[in-house]
Write a protein that binds this ligand. Structure first.
Ligand code: NAP
Length: 247
């Protein structure tokens, strides 16, 4: 079994598979300095596109692939769908439902990062830009804002913003602590990806409690695929698909 990971849900799946005695390998992109802990074998780094992933599947006699990547890791998801089709092995996505606004939320929804950047073309604010490291530079055009960034690792390169403060921390986060952080930095607006799940939700709940608006970036559109939301459903899927290629 090959698990495409990099999420809390993938780590939870690894624990369930290990406890059930299922042999699997966790694949991580290698974006963070210290990878998430889990009890399975691990490989790190890209496969080299669809062809590289097909080669890996065949060379390691992978019989099942679980795509437990982040909802915004669209390239990896598309590659996994194409590679499993080419290699004729079953693929299942382990996903988490998108967050939905509840009473008290004040969300402005945008469809992607460029639209979020355009929405920030306005007078200076204190903005919590909680979107990870990968797309920060796209926000650099709006130099007027003061940005609060929360990153898993300390930045290795100079930040693309003239006014920014970095908090180095890894989720899951706590709502009370996020409220305190927002008050400390006098945050006017929170920018977030609609990641879903619990680990990153604290900032959304904290914004609601403080009456702050959230600029919420919708998930990328993905092709239809078979998906479940719990590790137990993955176990059931393994039991029902067996190990026959093409099932
Ligand atoms: P992406 O844009 O979909 O993927 C870009 C390339 O990175 C892929 O084509 C693949 O390279 C490699 N890659 C991605 N995930 C991989 C994995 N689990 N194992 C091996 N190679 C992987 O992905 P991303 O948005 O940069 O995310 C990278 C990783 O961070 C994922 O594991 C994801 O679960 C995690 N993550 C992402 C976010 C987010 O907001 N995007 C947030 C939290 C965690 P090749 O084509 O060479 O195979």
């Amino acid at each position: 079994m090959l698990i495409l990971g990099g999420t809390t849900e993938a780590a939870a799946l690894a624990r369930v598979l290990a406890a059930a005695g299922v042999h699997g390998t966790m694949s991580l992109a290698g974006r963070v300095d210290v990878p998430m802990r889990h009890p399975l074998d691990q490989r790190i780094g890209g496969f080299g596109g669809v062809t590289g992933l097909v080669d890996y599947i065949l060379a390691h006699e992978v019989t099942h692939v679980v795509d437990a990547t982040h909802p915004f890791a669209a390239q990896m998801t598309r590659n996994a769908m194409a590679a499993c089709q080419n290699a004729v092995i079953p693929l299942l996505a382990l996903t988490r439902p998108a967050w939905q606004p509840v009473p008290g939320d004040n969300w402005q929804r945008v469809t992607n990062i460029p639209e979020a950047v355009r929405a920030l073309k306005k007078p200076s604010q204190n903005i919590m830009l909680a979107i990870g490291r990968m797309h920060l530079s796209e926000f650099a055009v709006n130099t007027q804002h003061h940005y609060l960034l929360r990153l898993v690792d300390p930045p290795k390169d100079p930040l693309p913003f003239p006014k920014a403060h970095v908090v180095v921390a890894r989720g899951p986060f706590d709502e009370t602590e996020d409220q305190a952080l927002m008050k400390l930095h006098k945050i006017d607006l929170v920018v977030s990806k609609n990641a879903g799940g619990t680990g990153a939700y604290a900032k959304i709940a904290a914004a609601r409690a403080l009456g702050l608006p959230v600029l919420m970036i919708d998930r990328p559109e993905l092709p239809q695929r078979r998906a479940v939301t719990t590790p137990e459903e993955v176990l059931a899927w393994i039991a029902h698909t067996g190990t026959d290629l093409g099932v």
